[in-house]
Design a protein around this ligand. Structure first.
Ligand code: M6R
Length: 608
């Protein structure tokens, strides 16, 4: 949520900040702003409601040659999205941008009001700016003032700030909200997300919680919150320009749907081998004995990551009867009483690796001594660094707010972990081989669907774009896919969509069926074919507008039937899911929506 950028060096800062904000816009797009400072401490502050393009048009008429500055793109938490609440905030000598939430800002505001501070915005961030300004009056340095302020605040933050008293220094700090520093010759780049740094430098420093950085043209010096020097570890940024560009597609969402054969190949590469019947995840830090001892797997995530865990859990329970799997919504788990049986491994699933609720569960489970493994995409992210071991899904940058390629690869990664457990427990080679073969075939099967069916799905989408509501239904392994399909549709099309287990229809949801609804039904030619078909017939009887996604040639009574040819059996739901992704995409396009940046959402939910 929200994006931070900063630059100090020898180049013109405004265009670097704007380019960084454009790349971070998927993290929040309610308002945006930048401030730059020249060598004589003259500042130029520009802010605009709405997208970075609005801000960019202001820059065109207020160009400077300043070589230092900070910027922000906002996803509103405190205070409505308008120019007044946009960052950077300016109080006294201080300009500041902030990601996160300062929980005790009301108390601090009251205290600062007694010292004659008045506030122009409704934000917690402006209060933090004022606090630093206030402490700076009596501090020996800005670093000391920032350290003092951070000791007084409760909450999460990633901040970048400077004082007009020293135009040659930008200070940054992190607690619970990511910040990355890119270092190059005589310049330092600051960003809340690596994608803003790509193309500028590949030498990066990931800030840890509790660290403060003082950035100058000579480089960065890190400190802890007591201003003791901390050694910075410079790492190589593993992200290329290609993955943050649309490459000829109209939207990132479509590009990322089409990325899936290759992104999945990256996830599987070197990890499975059908010839040797092997599956091996390098970073688990678990011996075969430890894998054999696993009796319970908890899979934790939010949104699509939660559904991916649920999906993989269904597979894992199919191929080993010695393990129980439970999938948990992180925002629920963190606040409820729950018990962790012995011999449990927790899988923490997150594309961004920064989701606040998921991270909170990780911390709680670690506190209880549970072995936690990450299933993460963003290399170097907080979750990736905090877990005991894990697996990167390696899908490259996922820019569209609606997650697609991450889902497919998260399912594959968790399934591979389950296979490793099953193998350690002595599952038959034959059963193991079935799954490994299917995983190996999956990228090609998805490729075939994209090649053969996209045109047909686009046509069907045009017809259903007019509906207000949708039901997605499936049984067994198609239930998580129904949930994920409905989430995708609602996110990008704003059609109210619900996923249901098909067997639940008669227990309530079937009452909804009327001409305002269409239904998406997943019908695989397997042991539940007849049962699911009965559910479709029951819906048809009540006037459903059903779209059936199926792998069979059998006659099916439905308004539309999307037939998918696949050699898969077990992993078929993942292929059907690609159909749902395309359906959601084309419906959203037909409705004229901003599919990559849907309203009210942000890519990475770093606040609760
Ligand atoms: O970065 P994460 O995987 O932890 O994000 C979890 C959810 O916020 C995310 O999957 C969200 O539901 C997507 N917008 C779904 O498309």
């Amino acid at each position: 949520m929200c994006g931070i950028v900063g630059y100090i060096g020898g180049k013109e800062a405004q265009s670097i900040l704007i380019s960084g904000l454009k790349r971070l816009e998927y993290r929040g797009y309610d308002s945006a702003g930048i401030v730059t400072i020249d060598k004589k401490a003259k500042t130029t502050l520009l802010r605009a409601k709405g997208k970075v393009a609005e801000l960019d048009s202001k820059v065109a008429t207020h160009q400077t040659s300043d070589t230092a500055g900070i910027g922000h793109t906002r996803w509103a938490t405190h205070g409505e999205p308008n120019k007044r609440n946009a960052h950077p905030h300016h109080v006294g000598d201080i300009y500041l941008v902030h990601n996160g939430i300062i929980e005790n800002y009301q108390d601090l505001k009251r205290t600062l009001a007694k010292h004659d501070y008045t506030f122009k915005s409704d934000t917690d961030s402006e209060v933090l700016t004022a606090l630093i300004d206030y402490l700076y009056k009596d501090a020996s340095s800005l670093l000391e003032a920032v350290s003092g302020a951070l000791k007084m605040v409760v909450g999460a933050y990633g901040i970048a700030l400077f004082s007009v008293k020293n135009p040659d220094e930008i200070i940054i700090a992190r607690n619970g909200s990511p910040l990355i520093v890119g270092v190059a010759e005589d310049e330092v780049f600051i960003a809340s997300d690596a994608s803003a740094l790509v193309g500028y430098t590949d030498r990066v420093i990931y800030l840890h919680d509790g660290e403060i950085g003082v950035c100058t043209r000579e480089g960065i010096q890190l400190y802890d919150v007591d201003t003791q020097v901390v050694e910075a570890k410079v790492e190589k940024l593993e992200l290329d320009l290609q993955s943050i560009q649309k490459e000829g597609f109209d939207h990132f969402l479509l590009k990322e749907i089409y990325d899936q054969p290759n992104s999945l190949r990256s996830t599987l590469s070197g990890r499975i081998n059908p010839q040797t019947n092997s599956v091996k995840l390098g970073g688990l830090n678990m011996s075969d004995d430890e894998l054999r001892d696993v009796r319970n797997i908890m899979i934790i995530g939010c949104g699509t990551a939660y559904y991916a865990g649920m999906m993989a859990g269904y597979f894992i329970e199919q191929f080993t009867d010695d393990v129980s799997v439970r999938s948990e919504i992180a925002s629920e788990l963190r606040y409820r009483s729950f018990h962790v049986p012995d011999n449990t491994v927790a899988l923490i699933v997150s594309q961004s690796g920064e989701t606040a609720d998921t991270l909170a569960c990780l911390e709680e489970l670690k506190r209880r001594g549970v072995k936690c493994l990450g299933v993460v995409n963003a290399v170097g992210s907080t979750i990736a660094r905090e877990v005991d071991g894990g697996v990167y899904v390696h899908v490259g940058a996922e820019i569209s707010v609606a997650s697609t390629k991450a889902f497919t690869s998260q399912v594959a990664a968790v399934t591979m972990f389950g296979l490793m457990v099953a193998r350690a427990k002595g599952v038959s080679s034959k059963d193991l081989n079935t799954y490994i073969n299917e995983l190996d075939m999956l990228p090609g099967e998805i490729e075939a669907v994209l090649e053969r069916s996209a045109g047909e799905i686009q046509q069907i989408a045009k017809k259903y774009a007019k509906y207000d509501h949708a039901l997605y239904v499936g049984r067994d392994t198609h239930y998580p896919i129904a949930l994920e399909g409905a989430l995708k549709l609602k996110e990008v099309s704003y059609i109210q969509a619900e996923g249901y287990a098909a067997g639940e229809l008669k227990h309530g949801p079937i009452a909804l069926i009327d001409d305002r609804f269409f239904e998406v039904c997943y019908l695989q030619d397997n042991w539940l074919y007849e049962k699911t078909q009965s559910n479709i017939i029951e819906m048809n009887t009540r006037g459903a507008h059903a779209i059936v996604i199926t792998d069979t040639d059998k006659r099916i009574a439905a308004e539309e039937v999307i037939r998918i040819k696949t050699k898969l059996e077990l992993l078929t739901p993942l292929v059907f899911n690609v159909v749902s992704q395309l359906l959601a995409y084309y419906i959203a396009v037909a409705r004229g929506n901003d599919v990559d940046q849907p309203r009210n959402l942000a890519k990475s939910v770093t606040v609760e």
